[in-house]
Design a protein around this ligand. Structure first.
Ligand code: C2O
Ligand code: CU
Ligand code: CU
Length: 612
C-alpha cells in the first residue's frame, strides 16, 4: 500500500534525490553536511532525508555548525515530523517541524541551538529516531530539564447512585504559568469528576449539555462497561442536545450478578467529532468497586491514585491548539465517506506537545515511602506511552482496567495505547527524600507505530509510614468464558480508498456506517472473533458491550497481563488477536472501532447487533 498514492510526487522528488544521492551516500557522517566546502565563515548547514524504506531518517546522526540550518526532505508516502525530545523552559520541544509526504521543510530553531547532541523523533511514528549534533556554536539555547513545578490534582470523587454533571466550558490550569486554558468540561474541570460505582447497584449519571452552540449534540460513552445499547453513548443515537440533559443507567451487573471491580472512563463519542470533543476535555474516570476488591489489602484512600495520562498542544496565551481546524475534507455519506487534504488517513494523528496527567503538565505528587496503587489510563487521542519508572523499579500489575488478573504480574515497562488501562502497585519504601519519575520510554520490543519518549510526572517520596497493604498472591479475577474453537467473525483493520478519490480508515474494507449492521450475534451465545491488522501502522481496537477474554495473540498464548478480561487490544502491523465473549443481558447495536480517535472519526468503526 505504501507508495501507491504518492507515485506522482515521488517522480518529481526523484529528481531531487538524484541530486542529493551522491552526498548522502549510505549514511556516512561526511555526506550529512551540504555545502561544507563553502567559505569557512558560513555556518555549516545540513540535510536530512526521510526515506520511504521503513520510514527512516538518513543519516541517523546529522551535524550542523552553530547558526546553521537543517533541511528535511520527506521522500516517504507518510507525513512525519522532526521533533526534539528535549524541551525548553516552557516545555516546548527545542525544534519541531512537520514535513508532509513529498515535501521539504527547514527545521526552525536549529540555528539557535547551543553545542550538544539533540535526539529527535517523529511525533506520529515515535519509533523513528535520530540525533542532531551542533558544533562550533557560540552561545545559543540548550535543553532544560523538565521542572515538575505544579502539584498533581486528583479529581474529586462522586459517590452515590445518582450523579449529575453539567457539561460546560471552564478554564483549567494545565500549564504551570500564564493563563488557564479554556476547555469543554464535565463538571467544570478536566478530567471530569471520578465516579465511584458499586458493583451490583445501578448507577445513574445525568449529563446536562451547556456547551456553546458550535459543540453540537453530544453523547457520553462509559468505556468498558456492560450496559444496554440505549445507554451506550453511541455516535448518532440518543444524543444530548444543547440545553437538554440525558441520564445514562449503568446497572453494574453481569448476567444478574455484580460486575467485576474495574477501572473505566467516560468520554464523548459523537460521530466525526470524537477526537475534537475529547481533545477539548470531555473525559473522566469511573471506578467500580465490588465486595472482593474491598476485602483485598491493596493500598487505599490517598494511596490509590487514578492517573489519566494524555497530551495537548497550545497556542499563544495557553489556549488549546485546534489541530482539527484545517483537518481533512470529507466526501460522500457515511459508509462511502472518504477524505482528502491535510490530515487525511493515514496521516491523521492528533498529538500534543505536552504530556499531561489529570489535566496538568509535568506534575509532582508527594507520597509516603509506602506502597501505592496507581490506576493508569492512556486517554490520549493517538499516542502510546510505554510507561516505566526512572529508577527501574517495577510495577506490580494487578488488573487490566476490566478486572483483576489471576495473579500479579511484575513488569518494568507497561505499554498503554489509547484507552488502555493498567491497575498497578508501586512500592516507594526505602526511597525517602528521593524522586521517582514516571516516564514513557522506547519499548524494548518496539514494532509498529511505537511509543513516545517523555517524562510524565514525578513522585516526591517523603517519610516512611505504617503500611497495612499487602500484595495478594491470588486475585479475585473474573471467570473467563470457554472459547469456541471456530472464529465466527473476523474484523480486518486497514486503510481504504485511494489518493485519487480520497482515503478512509476501514474495517473489512468499509468505512463506518451507523445504519449498517456489519455482524449479528444471538443473545446468550459465545463467539470467538479475530481482530486483524493488515495495515502498516499500529491500531488499538476497542469493543463495546461485553468484557472479552483474550484467547490468543498471533496464534500463541497471550502474555500474562492479557490473561484476564480486556476491552482494548494493541494490534501491531500484521498481528491478529482472537477474543471471546458471551453475549449477555443486552440486545441492540454496539460498536467495534480503533481507539485512535482520528481513525475512529475517519471510518475505522463498525457496528454489530446483538439480537434476541
Ligand atoms: Cu472509549 Cu467506543 O470508546
Ligand atoms: Cu512520522
Ligand atoms: Cu487505528
Amino acid at each position: 500500500m505504501r507508495g501507491r498514492y504518492r507515485a506522482a510526487a515521488l517522480l518529481v522528488i526523484g529528481t531531487v534525490l538524484a541530486v542529493l544521492a551522491p552526498t548522502l551516500g549510505s549514511g556516512g557522517e561526511a555526506g550529512s553536511t551540504v555545502g561544507a566546502g563553502a567559505q569557512a565563515a558560513a555556518p555549516r548547514s545540513a540535510t536530512l532525508v526521510i526515506e520511504a524504506k521503513g520510514s527512516t531518517y538518513v543519516p541517523a546522526t546529522v551535524t550542523v555548525g552553530g547558526g546553521g540550518t537543517l533541511t528535511v526532505v520527506n521522500l516517504d508516502t507518510y507525513d512525519h515530523t522532526v521533533t526534539s525530545t528535549a524541551v525548553d523552559e516552557r516545555g516546548e520541544p527545542l525544534f519541531d517541524v512537520r514535513v508532509d509526504a513529498g515535501t521539504t521543510a527547514t527545521v526552525t530553531g536549529v540555528e539557535n541551538l547551543a553545542n550538544g547532541r539533540y535526539d529527535y523523533i517523529c511525533r506520529f511514528h515515535p519509533f523513528m529516531r535520530g540525533t542532531l549534533v551542533v558544533e562550533d556554536a557560540t552561545g545559543g539555547v540548550g535543553a532544560e530539564p523538565v521542572a515538575f513545578e505544579q502539584p498533581l490534582v486528583v479529581p474529586r470523587v462522586l459517590k452515590g447512585t445518582d450523579v449529575r454533571i453539567p457539561v460546560r466550558q471552564a478554564p483549567v490550569r494545565i500549564l504551570p504559568r500564564g493563563p488557564r486554558t479554556m476547555m469543554w468540561t464535565y463538571g467544570g474541570d478536566y478530567p471530569g469528576p471520578t465516579i465511584l460505582g458499586r458493583a451490583g447497584r445501578e448507577s445513574r449519571v445525568t449529563f446536562a449539555h451547556r456547551l456553546p452552540r458550535r459543540a453540537g449534540p453530544l453523547t457520553t460513552h462509559l468505556h468498558g462497561d456492560h450496559h444496554a445499547s440505549s445507554e451506550d453513548g453511541q455516535p448518532t443515537t440518543n444524543l444530548i442536545r444543547r440545553g437538554s440533559s440525558r441520564t445514562y443507567r449503568y446497572p453494574l451487573t453481569y448476567g444478574g450478578r455484580p460486575a467485576p471491580a474495574s477501572f473505566f472512563f467516560y468520554h464523548d463519542h459523537r460521530m466525526d467529532r470524537t477526537a475534537r470533543n475529547n481533545w477539548r476535555g470531555l473525559q473522566g474516570m469511573f471506578l467500580v468497586e465490588d465486595a472482593a476488591s474491598r476485602r483485598l489489602r491493596l493500598p487505599k484512600g490517598r494511596r490509590d491514585l487514578p492517573l489519566m495520562i494524555s497530551e495537548r498542544s497550545f497556542t499563544s496565551g495557553n489556549a488549546l491548539a485546534n489541530p482539527f481546524a484545517d483537518g481533512p475534507t470529507m466526501h460522500g455519506h457515511h459508509g462511502t465517506m472518504s477524505f482528502t487534504g491535510p490530515g487525511s488517513p493515514p496521516d491523521d494523528h492528533t498529538v500534543g506537545s505536552h504530556v499531561i496527567v489529570n489535566g496538568r503538565y509535568a506534575p509532582y505528587h508527594r507520597v509516603s515511602a509506602t506502597r501505592h496503587r496507581l490506576r493508569l489510563l492512556n486517554a490520549a487521542p493517538f499516542t502510546a506511552y510505554n510507561l516505566s519508572l526512572s529508577d527501574g523499579r517495577p510495577f506490580v500489575q494487578v488488573g487490566t482496567g476490566s478486572g483483576f488478573l489471576r495473579t500479579p504480574v511484575v513488569r518494568t515497562e507497561i505499554n498503554l495505547g489509547p484507552a488502555q488501562r493498567a491497575d498497578v502497585v508501586v512500592d516507594f519504601t526505602g526511597l525517602s527524600g528521593q524522586d521517582v519519575v514516571l516516564e514513557s520510554v522506547p519499548a524494548q520490543d518496539e514494532r509498529g507505530t511505537g511509543s513516545r519518549t517523555a517524562p510524565i510526572m514525578q513522585f516526591r517520596v517523603g517519610r516512611p509510614a505504617r503500611d497495612p497493604s499487602r500484595l495478594p498472591s491470588r486475585l479475585p479475577s473474573p471467570k473467563l468464558v470457554r472459547a469456541p474453537a471456530e472464529v465466527s467473525k473476523t474484523w480486518t483493520f486497514d486503510l481504504g480508498g485511494g489518493k485519487r478519490h480520497g482515503t478512509f480508515w476501514a474495517v473489512n474494507g468499509k468505512a463506518f456506517d451507523p445504519d449498517r449492521p456489519d455482524h449479528r450475534v444471538r443473545l446468550g451465545t459465545t463467539e470467538r472473533w479475530r481482530l486483524r491488522n493488515t495495515s502498516d501502522m499500529t491500531h488499538y481496537v476497542h469493543i463495546h458491550a461485553e468484557q472479552w477474554r483474550t484467547v490468543s495473540r498471533d496464534g500463541n498464548r497471550p502474555p500474562p497481563w492479557e490473561r484476564a478480561l480486556e476491552d482494548t487490544w494493541r494490534l501491531d502491523p500484521g498481528e491478529y488477536v482472537d477474543v471471546a465473549a458471551r453475549f449477555l443481558d443486552h440486545a441492540g447495536p454496539f460498536m467495534i472501532h480503533c481507539h485512535m480517535l482520528d481513525h475512529e472519526d475517519h471510518g475505522m468503526m463498525a457496528r454489530f447487533d446483538v439480537v434476541r
